[in-house]
Design a protein around this ligand. Structure first.
Ligand code: 4AD
Ligand code: MG
Length: 480
Protein backbone atom coordinates (compact mmCIF):
# COMPACT_ATOMS: atom_id res chain seq x y z
CA UNK A 1 0.00 0.00 0.00
CA UNK A 2 1.12 3.54 -0.75
CA UNK A 3 2.33 5.36 2.32
CA UNK A 4 1.73 9.05 2.90
CA UNK A 5 3.73 11.63 4.75
CA UNK A 6 2.00 13.62 7.46
CA UNK A 7 2.02 16.91 5.56
CA UNK A 8 -0.06 15.22 2.84
CA UNK A 9 -2.40 13.49 5.26
CA UNK A 10 -3.17 16.69 7.14
CA UNK A 11 -4.32 18.27 3.89
CA UNK A 12 -6.66 15.40 2.94
CA UNK A 13 -10.43 15.27 3.22
CA UNK A 14 -11.49 13.31 6.28
CA UNK A 15 -13.27 10.62 4.31
CA UNK A 16 -10.36 8.49 3.25
CA UNK A 17 -10.94 4.81 3.82
CA UNK A 18 -7.47 4.02 4.87
CA UNK A 19 -4.08 5.69 5.15
CA UNK A 20 -0.73 4.28 6.19
CA UNK A 21 1.87 6.51 7.74
CA UNK A 22 5.21 5.90 9.45
CA UNK A 23 6.84 8.23 11.92
CA UNK A 24 8.10 8.72 15.46
CA UNK A 25 6.03 9.00 18.60
CA UNK A 26 6.17 12.46 20.14
CA UNK A 27 3.61 11.77 22.87
CA UNK A 28 1.15 9.09 23.94
CA UNK A 29 -1.66 10.24 26.23
CA UNK A 30 -4.27 8.23 28.14
CA UNK A 31 -3.28 5.01 26.38
CA UNK A 32 -5.29 6.41 23.50
CA UNK A 33 -3.87 9.47 21.68
CA UNK A 34 -0.60 9.15 19.82
CA UNK A 35 1.04 12.30 18.53
CA UNK A 36 3.16 11.20 15.62
CA UNK A 37 5.67 13.24 13.62
CA UNK A 38 7.64 12.31 10.51
CA UNK A 39 9.46 15.59 9.87
CA UNK A 40 7.45 16.41 6.73
CA UNK A 41 5.79 19.21 8.69
CA UNK A 42 5.95 20.84 12.08
CA UNK A 43 2.49 19.47 12.82
CA UNK A 44 1.90 16.12 14.44
CA UNK A 45 -0.69 13.64 13.27
CA UNK A 46 -3.04 12.46 15.98
CA UNK A 47 -3.58 8.71 15.86
CA UNK A 48 -6.31 7.33 18.08
CA UNK A 49 -6.05 3.79 19.41
CA UNK A 50 -8.91 1.91 20.91
CA UNK A 51 -6.73 0.34 23.59
CA UNK A 52 -9.19 -2.41 24.46
CA UNK A 53 -8.81 -3.95 21.05
CA UNK A 54 -4.99 -3.87 21.01
CA UNK A 55 -2.50 -6.27 22.42
CA UNK A 56 -0.95 -4.98 25.68
CA UNK A 57 2.46 -6.04 24.36
CA UNK A 58 2.11 -3.58 21.48
CA UNK A 59 0.68 -0.74 23.57
CA UNK A 60 3.66 -1.08 25.91
CA UNK A 61 6.01 -0.24 23.08
CA UNK A 62 4.26 2.97 22.02
CA UNK A 63 6.76 5.23 23.77
CA UNK A 64 8.16 8.64 23.02
CA UNK A 65 10.90 8.26 20.41
CA UNK A 66 9.74 4.91 19.01
CA UNK A 67 9.25 4.47 15.27
CA UNK A 68 5.80 3.19 14.35
CA UNK A 69 3.60 2.55 11.35
CA UNK A 70 -0.15 3.03 11.62
CA UNK A 71 -3.00 2.21 9.26
CA UNK A 72 -6.63 3.22 9.50
CA UNK A 73 -9.33 5.55 8.20
CA UNK A 74 -8.81 9.30 8.31
CA UNK A 75 -11.70 10.99 10.11
CA UNK A 76 -12.69 14.45 11.24
CA UNK A 77 -11.29 14.97 14.72
CA UNK A 78 -13.66 15.47 17.65
CA UNK A 79 -10.95 17.04 19.75
CA UNK A 80 -9.35 20.45 19.49
CA UNK A 81 -6.03 21.21 17.88
CA UNK A 82 -6.39 19.13 14.72
CA UNK A 83 -8.90 18.87 11.88
CA UNK A 84 -8.31 15.21 11.14
CA UNK A 85 -7.03 12.13 12.93
CA UNK A 86 -6.38 8.51 12.14
CA UNK A 87 -8.50 5.80 13.73
CA UNK A 88 -5.82 3.23 14.17
CA UNK A 89 -6.76 -0.24 12.96
CA UNK A 90 -3.29 -1.61 12.70
CA UNK A 91 -0.08 -0.57 14.35
CA UNK A 92 3.43 -1.88 13.81
CA UNK A 93 6.30 -1.05 16.13
CA UNK A 94 9.17 -0.47 13.72
CA UNK A 95 11.77 0.49 16.29
CA UNK A 96 11.39 0.64 20.05
CA UNK A 97 12.74 3.33 22.40
CA UNK A 98 13.35 2.52 26.06
CA UNK A 99 11.62 5.20 28.18
CA UNK A 100 14.33 5.04 30.83
CA UNK A 101 16.99 5.85 28.25
CA UNK A 102 14.86 8.39 26.39
CA UNK A 103 14.47 10.25 29.67
CA UNK A 104 18.20 11.02 29.60
CA UNK A 105 18.05 12.55 26.12
CA UNK A 106 16.62 15.62 24.45
CA UNK A 107 13.83 13.40 23.08
CA UNK A 108 12.17 13.60 26.49
CA UNK A 109 9.23 15.98 26.22
CA UNK A 110 10.36 19.01 28.21
CA UNK A 111 12.26 22.21 27.49
CA UNK A 112 15.92 21.73 26.69
CA UNK A 113 18.39 24.55 26.23
CA UNK A 114 19.95 25.08 22.80
CA UNK A 115 23.32 24.20 24.41
CA UNK A 116 22.00 20.81 25.51
CA UNK A 117 20.54 20.24 22.05
CA UNK A 118 23.96 20.95 20.50
CA UNK A 119 25.50 18.21 22.61
CA UNK A 120 22.99 15.77 21.12
CA UNK A 121 23.10 17.11 17.60
CA UNK A 122 22.30 13.66 16.21
CA UNK A 123 18.88 13.77 17.89
CA UNK A 124 18.01 17.45 17.78
CA UNK A 125 16.35 17.37 14.37
CA UNK A 126 13.51 15.51 16.10
CA UNK A 127 12.62 18.61 18.09
CA UNK A 128 10.14 21.16 16.75
CA UNK A 129 12.75 23.92 16.64
CA UNK A 130 15.32 21.99 14.65
CA UNK A 131 12.75 20.38 12.39
CA UNK A 132 11.56 23.90 11.51
CA UNK A 133 15.08 25.31 11.06
CA UNK A 134 16.27 22.44 8.88
CA UNK A 135 13.16 22.43 6.69
CA UNK A 136 13.68 26.16 6.17
CA UNK A 137 17.34 25.59 5.39
CA UNK A 138 16.36 23.09 2.73
CA UNK A 139 13.74 25.39 1.20
CA UNK A 140 16.16 28.32 1.19
CA UNK A 141 18.78 26.23 -0.62
CA UNK A 142 16.19 25.37 -3.24
CA UNK A 143 15.19 29.02 -3.58
CA UNK A 144 18.84 29.96 -4.14
CA UNK A 145 19.09 27.60 -7.09
CA UNK A 146 15.68 28.63 -8.41
CA UNK A 147 16.63 32.29 -8.38
CA UNK A 148 19.85 31.83 -10.32
CA UNK A 149 18.48 29.24 -12.72
CA UNK A 150 15.51 31.49 -13.54
CA UNK A 151 17.89 34.35 -14.20
CA UNK A 152 20.17 32.61 -16.65
CA UNK A 153 23.04 31.68 -14.34
CA UNK A 154 25.03 28.47 -14.70
CA UNK A 155 25.70 26.47 -11.56
CA UNK A 156 29.41 25.82 -11.35
CA UNK A 157 31.28 23.45 -9.05
CA UNK A 158 34.52 24.98 -7.86
CA UNK A 159 37.27 22.82 -6.34
CA UNK A 160 37.28 22.09 -2.63
CA UNK A 161 40.98 21.26 -2.55
CA UNK A 162 43.08 24.09 -3.88
CA UNK A 163 46.63 25.40 -4.02
CA UNK A 164 45.60 29.06 -3.94
CA UNK A 165 44.41 31.31 -1.14
CA UNK A 166 41.49 33.17 -2.70
CA UNK A 167 41.24 35.75 0.06
CA UNK A 168 44.96 36.08 0.66
CA UNK A 169 44.25 35.97 4.39
CA UNK A 170 46.14 32.78 5.22
CA UNK A 171 43.24 31.23 7.12
CA UNK A 172 43.35 27.82 5.52
CA UNK A 173 43.27 24.17 6.57
CA UNK A 174 46.03 22.09 5.03
CA UNK A 175 45.14 18.96 3.07
CA UNK A 176 47.94 16.42 3.14
CA UNK A 177 48.58 12.72 3.27
CA UNK A 178 52.18 13.03 4.37
CA UNK A 179 53.11 11.18 7.54
CA UNK A 180 52.34 13.38 10.55
CA UNK A 181 55.14 11.83 12.62
CA UNK A 182 57.86 11.75 10.04
CA UNK A 183 57.20 13.94 6.99
CA UNK A 184 59.81 14.20 4.24
CA UNK A 185 62.05 17.21 4.80
CA UNK A 186 64.01 19.53 2.57
CA UNK A 187 67.64 20.37 3.27
CA UNK A 188 66.59 23.35 5.36
CA UNK A 189 64.41 21.02 7.49
CA UNK A 190 61.15 22.48 6.14
CA UNK A 191 58.50 19.91 5.19
CA UNK A 192 58.93 18.90 1.54
CA UNK A 193 55.47 19.30 0.08
CA UNK A 194 56.70 18.33 -3.38
CA UNK A 195 56.43 14.79 -1.97
CA UNK A 196 52.84 15.36 -0.89
CA UNK A 197 49.86 13.87 -2.74
CA UNK A 198 49.44 16.73 -5.21
CA UNK A 199 53.14 17.50 -5.51
CA UNK A 200 52.59 20.82 -3.76
CA UNK A 201 51.09 22.26 -0.61
CA UNK A 202 47.27 22.26 -0.79
CA UNK A 203 44.41 23.49 1.36
CA UNK A 204 40.64 23.46 1.69
CA UNK A 205 39.15 26.36 -0.22
CA UNK A 206 38.13 29.58 1.53
CA UNK A 207 36.13 30.73 -1.50
CA UNK A 208 35.38 29.59 -5.04
CA UNK A 209 35.60 33.13 -6.35
CA UNK A 210 38.81 32.97 -8.38
CA UNK A 211 37.70 29.88 -10.28
CA UNK A 212 34.20 31.34 -10.65
CA UNK A 213 35.78 34.38 -12.31
CA UNK A 214 37.40 32.13 -14.91
CA UNK A 215 34.02 30.63 -15.77
CA UNK A 216 32.25 33.99 -15.84
CA UNK A 217 34.77 34.88 -18.56
CA UNK A 218 33.16 32.22 -20.76
CA UNK A 219 29.65 31.59 -19.47
CA UNK A 220 29.01 35.23 -18.44
CA UNK A 221 26.76 34.42 -15.48
CA UNK A 222 27.77 31.73 -13.04
CA UNK A 223 27.21 30.90 -9.40
CA UNK A 224 28.68 28.48 -6.94
CA UNK A 225 26.97 27.03 -3.88
CA UNK A 226 29.27 24.87 -1.85
CA UNK A 227 31.18 24.35 1.36
CA UNK A 228 34.04 26.68 2.26
CA UNK A 229 36.48 26.46 5.11
CA UNK A 230 38.18 29.02 7.30
CA UNK A 231 40.75 28.32 9.97
CA UNK A 232 40.02 31.60 11.73
CA UNK A 233 39.92 31.34 15.47
CA UNK A 234 36.62 33.21 15.82
CA UNK A 235 34.41 31.88 18.56
CA UNK A 236 31.35 33.98 17.79
CA UNK A 237 27.70 33.33 17.09
CA UNK A 238 28.30 34.18 13.42
CA UNK A 239 31.43 32.22 12.49
CA UNK A 240 31.90 28.61 11.47
CA UNK A 241 35.07 26.87 10.35
CA UNK A 242 32.99 25.09 7.68
CA UNK A 243 30.16 27.03 6.10
CA UNK A 244 28.27 27.10 2.82
CA UNK A 245 28.73 30.03 0.52
CA UNK A 246 26.82 31.19 -2.54
CA UNK A 247 29.00 33.09 -4.98
CA UNK A 248 27.58 34.58 -8.17
CA UNK A 249 30.04 36.05 -10.64
CA UNK A 250 28.91 38.11 -13.62
CA UNK A 251 30.85 39.37 -16.63
CA UNK A 252 30.12 42.99 -17.61
CA UNK A 253 28.52 43.83 -14.23
CA UNK A 254 29.94 46.81 -12.36
CA UNK A 255 29.71 47.42 -8.63
CA UNK A 256 26.24 48.93 -8.80
CA UNK A 257 24.89 46.06 -10.89
CA UNK A 258 26.43 43.81 -8.25
CA UNK A 259 24.53 45.60 -5.47
CA UNK A 260 21.30 45.33 -7.46
CA UNK A 261 21.86 41.61 -7.90
CA UNK A 262 22.58 41.04 -4.20
CA UNK A 263 19.48 42.94 -3.14
CA UNK A 264 17.20 41.27 -5.67
CA UNK A 265 18.57 37.83 -4.82
CA UNK A 266 18.19 38.20 -1.05
CA UNK A 267 14.65 39.53 -1.42
CA UNK A 268 13.73 36.61 -3.67
CA UNK A 269 14.83 33.94 -1.20
CA UNK A 270 13.29 35.72 1.79
CA UNK A 271 10.01 36.04 -0.10
CA UNK A 272 10.22 32.37 -1.01
CA UNK A 273 10.51 31.44 2.66
CA UNK A 274 7.56 33.65 3.61
CA UNK A 275 5.44 32.06 0.91
CA UNK A 276 6.44 28.42 1.38
CA UNK A 277 7.27 27.95 5.05
CA UNK A 278 4.34 29.48 6.94
CA UNK A 279 3.96 26.86 9.67
CA UNK A 280 7.64 26.77 10.47
CA UNK A 281 7.96 30.56 10.48
CA UNK A 282 4.91 30.91 12.72
CA UNK A 283 6.44 28.44 15.13
CA UNK A 284 9.85 30.14 15.10
CA UNK A 285 8.22 33.53 15.57
CA UNK A 286 6.41 32.29 18.71
CA UNK A 287 9.62 30.69 19.92
CA UNK A 288 11.45 34.00 19.62
CA UNK A 289 8.74 35.87 21.48
CA UNK A 290 9.07 33.35 24.33
CA UNK A 291 12.86 33.61 24.26
CA UNK A 292 12.71 37.40 24.32
CA UNK A 293 10.71 37.36 27.54
CA UNK A 294 13.80 36.26 29.44
CA UNK A 295 15.99 38.95 27.85
CA UNK A 296 16.52 42.57 28.89
CA UNK A 297 14.42 45.03 26.88
CA UNK A 298 17.34 46.33 24.79
CA UNK A 299 18.25 42.84 23.57
CA UNK A 300 14.77 41.91 22.39
CA UNK A 301 13.92 41.79 18.69
CA UNK A 302 12.39 45.06 17.59
CA UNK A 303 9.82 43.23 15.43
CA UNK A 304 8.23 39.78 15.28
CA UNK A 305 10.04 37.46 12.87
CA UNK A 306 7.67 37.56 9.91
CA UNK A 307 7.28 41.31 10.16
CA UNK A 308 11.06 41.58 10.07
CA UNK A 309 11.17 39.46 6.90
CA UNK A 310 8.40 41.48 5.29
CA UNK A 311 10.24 44.67 6.20
CA UNK A 312 13.25 43.47 4.21
CA UNK A 313 11.06 42.98 1.15
CA UNK A 314 9.36 46.33 1.40
CA UNK A 315 12.39 48.56 1.87
CA UNK A 316 15.33 49.46 -0.31
CA UNK A 317 18.71 48.61 1.11
CA UNK A 318 20.44 51.85 2.03
CA UNK A 319 23.60 52.40 -0.03
CA UNK A 320 26.28 54.24 1.89
CA UNK A 321 29.95 54.77 1.10
CA UNK A 322 32.55 53.70 3.61
CA UNK A 323 33.61 57.34 3.98
CA UNK A 324 30.06 58.43 4.86
CA UNK A 325 29.79 55.53 7.30
CA UNK A 326 32.99 56.51 9.07
CA UNK A 327 31.65 60.04 9.52
CA UNK A 328 28.43 58.70 11.01
CA UNK A 329 30.31 56.36 13.30
CA UNK A 330 32.84 58.98 14.38
CA UNK A 331 30.05 61.28 15.49
CA UNK A 332 27.86 58.57 16.96
CA UNK A 333 26.87 58.50 20.63
CA UNK A 334 28.55 55.16 21.43
CA UNK A 335 31.79 56.37 19.86
CA UNK A 336 31.77 59.66 21.77
CA UNK A 337 30.87 57.89 25.00
CA UNK A 338 33.60 55.31 24.37
CA UNK A 339 31.07 52.49 24.25
CA UNK A 340 32.64 50.78 21.21
CA UNK A 341 35.25 48.17 22.00
CA UNK A 342 37.12 49.43 18.93
CA UNK A 343 36.74 53.22 18.87
CA UNK A 344 36.54 54.84 15.43
CA UNK A 345 38.93 57.73 15.21
CA UNK A 346 40.10 57.84 11.66
CA UNK A 347 39.39 57.02 8.06
CA UNK A 348 40.88 53.65 7.18
CA UNK A 349 39.74 51.76 10.27
CA UNK A 350 38.36 48.30 9.63
CA UNK A 351 34.73 48.01 10.70
CA UNK A 352 33.90 45.53 13.44
CA UNK A 353 30.53 43.92 13.85
CA UNK A 354 29.65 46.41 16.63
CA UNK A 355 30.00 49.22 14.06
CA UNK A 356 28.10 47.39 11.36
CA UNK A 357 25.28 46.66 13.75
CA UNK A 358 25.16 50.25 14.98
CA UNK A 359 24.73 51.47 11.40
CA UNK A 360 22.02 48.96 10.58
CA UNK A 361 20.14 48.67 13.85
CA UNK A 362 20.47 52.14 15.34
CA UNK A 363 21.30 54.65 12.64
CA UNK A 364 19.61 53.55 9.41
CA UNK A 365 17.26 50.93 10.86
CA UNK A 366 17.27 48.98 7.61
CA UNK A 367 19.69 46.81 5.62
CA UNK A 368 22.72 48.77 4.48
CA UNK A 369 25.13 48.25 1.59
CA UNK A 370 28.49 49.80 2.37
CA UNK A 371 30.77 50.36 -0.60
CA UNK A 372 34.09 51.89 -1.68
CA UNK A 373 36.21 50.64 1.21
CA UNK A 374 39.86 51.55 1.79
CA UNK A 375 42.05 49.32 -0.39
CA UNK A 376 44.23 48.48 2.61
CA UNK A 377 41.54 46.56 4.49
CA UNK A 378 40.24 44.56 1.52
CA UNK A 379 41.45 41.65 -0.62
CA UNK A 380 43.92 41.98 -3.50
CA UNK A 381 41.46 41.32 -6.32
CA UNK A 382 39.17 44.31 -5.82
CA UNK A 383 38.96 47.06 -8.46
CA UNK A 384 40.95 50.13 -7.46
CA UNK A 385 39.01 53.40 -7.74
CA UNK A 386 40.46 56.46 -9.47
CA UNK A 387 41.19 58.04 -6.08
CA UNK A 388 43.91 55.41 -5.71
CA UNK A 389 42.97 54.61 -2.13
CA UNK A 390 39.54 52.98 -2.20
CA UNK A 391 38.33 49.82 -3.92
CA UNK A 392 34.99 48.87 -5.43
CA UNK A 393 34.04 46.62 -2.56
CA UNK A 394 30.58 46.22 -1.12
CA UNK A 395 29.29 44.53 2.03
CA UNK A 396 25.61 43.98 2.74
CA UNK A 397 24.87 44.47 6.43
CA UNK A 398 21.77 43.01 8.06
CA UNK A 399 20.01 43.65 11.35
CA UNK A 400 21.00 41.13 14.01
CA UNK A 401 23.56 39.56 11.70
CA UNK A 402 26.01 42.20 10.55
CA UNK A 403 27.80 41.26 7.32
CA UNK A 404 25.73 38.82 5.30
CA UNK A 405 27.33 39.50 1.89
CA UNK A 406 30.83 40.51 0.87
CA UNK A 407 31.61 41.28 -2.74
CA UNK A 408 33.28 43.56 -5.22
CA UNK A 409 33.92 44.62 -8.76
CA UNK A 410 37.14 42.82 -9.71
CA UNK A 411 40.37 44.42 -10.86
CA UNK A 412 40.30 43.76 -14.59
CA UNK A 413 43.55 45.61 -15.50
CA UNK A 414 46.52 43.27 -15.85
CA UNK A 415 49.26 45.55 -14.64
CA UNK A 416 47.29 47.08 -11.78
CA UNK A 417 46.38 43.60 -10.53
CA UNK A 418 49.92 42.29 -10.84
CA UNK A 419 51.39 45.27 -9.02
CA UNK A 420 48.86 44.89 -6.25
CA UNK A 421 49.57 41.20 -5.83
CA UNK A 422 53.24 41.92 -5.50
CA UNK A 423 52.61 44.70 -3.01
CA UNK A 424 50.47 42.32 -0.96
CA UNK A 425 53.02 39.51 -1.11
CA UNK A 426 50.97 37.23 -3.33
CA UNK A 427 53.05 35.33 -5.85
CA UNK A 428 51.79 36.19 -9.38
CA UNK A 429 53.32 32.93 -10.62
CA UNK A 430 51.01 30.88 -8.41
CA UNK A 431 48.01 32.77 -9.82
CA UNK A 432 49.23 32.95 -13.43
CA UNK A 433 45.92 31.52 -14.60
CA UNK A 434 44.02 34.24 -12.76
CA UNK A 435 46.21 36.92 -14.34
CA UNK A 436 45.67 35.32 -17.76
CA UNK A 437 42.01 36.36 -17.64
CA UNK A 438 43.26 39.95 -17.78
CA UNK A 439 45.26 39.19 -20.92
CA UNK A 440 42.65 37.45 -23.03
CA UNK A 441 39.52 39.53 -23.40
CA UNK A 442 39.45 41.14 -19.99
CA UNK A 443 36.30 43.00 -18.99
CA UNK A 444 34.53 44.63 -16.10
CA UNK A 445 33.06 41.93 -13.89
CA UNK A 446 31.72 41.58 -10.38
CA UNK A 447 30.48 39.09 -7.86
CA UNK A 448 29.83 38.47 -4.21
CA UNK A 449 29.65 35.79 -1.56
CA UNK A 450 26.67 35.24 0.69
CA UNK A 451 27.17 33.13 3.80
CA UNK A 452 24.29 30.67 3.63
CA UNK A 453 24.18 30.05 7.39
CA UNK A 454 23.94 33.77 8.10
CA UNK A 455 20.97 33.90 5.75
CA UNK A 456 19.37 30.94 7.52
CA UNK A 457 20.02 32.69 10.85
CA UNK A 458 18.29 35.79 9.61
CA UNK A 459 15.25 33.96 8.26
CA UNK A 460 14.80 31.65 11.25
CA UNK A 461 15.77 34.20 13.89
CA UNK A 462 18.23 31.75 15.46
CA UNK A 463 20.82 33.66 17.46
CA UNK A 464 23.69 31.20 17.14
CA UNK A 465 25.08 30.02 13.80
CA UNK A 466 25.74 26.60 15.41
CA UNK A 467 21.98 26.07 15.40
CA UNK A 468 21.35 26.51 11.67
CA UNK A 469 23.71 23.85 10.30
CA UNK A 470 23.30 20.16 11.16
CA UNK A 471 26.83 19.57 12.45
CA UNK A 472 28.70 22.80 13.19
CA UNK A 473 32.49 22.88 12.98
CA UNK A 474 34.01 25.50 15.25
CA UNK A 475 37.35 25.88 17.03
CA UNK A 476 37.72 22.88 19.34
CA UNK A 477 34.66 21.08 18.00
CA UNK A 478 34.22 18.59 15.16
CA UNK A 479 31.87 16.15 16.88
CA UNK A 480 29.56 13.87 14.90
O1 4AD B 1 33.47 38.47 2.86
P1 4AD B 1 33.99 37.14 2.47
O2 4AD B 1 35.25 36.65 3.11
O3 4AD B 1 34.14 37.19 0.88
C1 4AD B 1 34.65 36.23 0.08
O4 4AD B 1 35.01 35.13 0.43
C2 4AD B 1 34.62 36.60 -1.37
N1 4AD B 1 35.58 35.75 -2.08
C3 4AD B 1 33.22 36.42 -1.90
C4 4AD B 1 33.09 36.80 -3.35
O5 4AD B 1 33.20 37.96 -3.68
N2 4AD B 1 32.83 35.84 -4.22
O6 4AD B 1 32.86 36.05 2.73
C5 4AD B 1 31.59 36.18 2.12
C6 4AD B 1 30.49 35.91 3.11
C7 4AD B 1 30.47 36.85 4.31
O7 4AD B 1 29.80 38.04 4.00
C8 4AD B 1 29.72 36.02 5.34
O8 4AD B 1 28.32 36.07 5.10
C9 4AD B 1 30.20 34.62 5.02
O9 4AD B 1 30.66 34.61 3.70
N3 4AD B 1 31.26 34.19 5.93
C10 4AD B 1 31.10 33.33 6.94
N4 4AD B 1 30.02 32.68 7.39
C11 4AD B 1 30.17 31.85 8.43
N5 4AD B 1 31.36 31.63 9.05
C12 4AD B 1 32.48 32.26 8.64
N6 4AD B 1 33.63 32.01 9.24
C13 4AD B 1 32.37 33.16 7.53
N7 4AD B 1 33.27 33.92 6.86
C14 4AD B 1 32.57 34.54 5.89
MG1 MG C 1 33.88 40.00 4.16
Amino acid sequence: MHEHVISEVLAMDPSINSVTISGWVRAFRSNRFIQMNDGSTLNNLQCVVDFESFDQEILKEINVGAAIKVTGPLVASQGQGQAVEVQVQQIDILGTADPEEVKLTILSPKRHSLETLREQAHLRVRTNTFGAVMRLRSKLAFAVHEYFQKNGFNYMHTPIITASDAEGAGEMFRVSNLSAENPPKKENQAVDFSKDFFGKETHLTVSGQLEAETYAMGLSKVYTFGPTFRAENSNTSRHLAEFWMIEPEVAFNDLHDNMDLAEDFIKYVVRYALEHCQDDLNFLEKRLIEEDKSKPQNQRSPMPLKEKLAFILENNFMRVSYTEAIDILKNSKPNKKKKFKYPIDEWGADLQSEHERYLVEKHFECPVILYDYPAKIKAFYMRLNDDGKTVRAMDVLFPGIGEIVGGSQREERYQVLKDKMEAMDIDPKELHWYLDLRKFGTCVHSGFGLGFERLVQFVTGMGNIRDVIPYPRTPGNANF
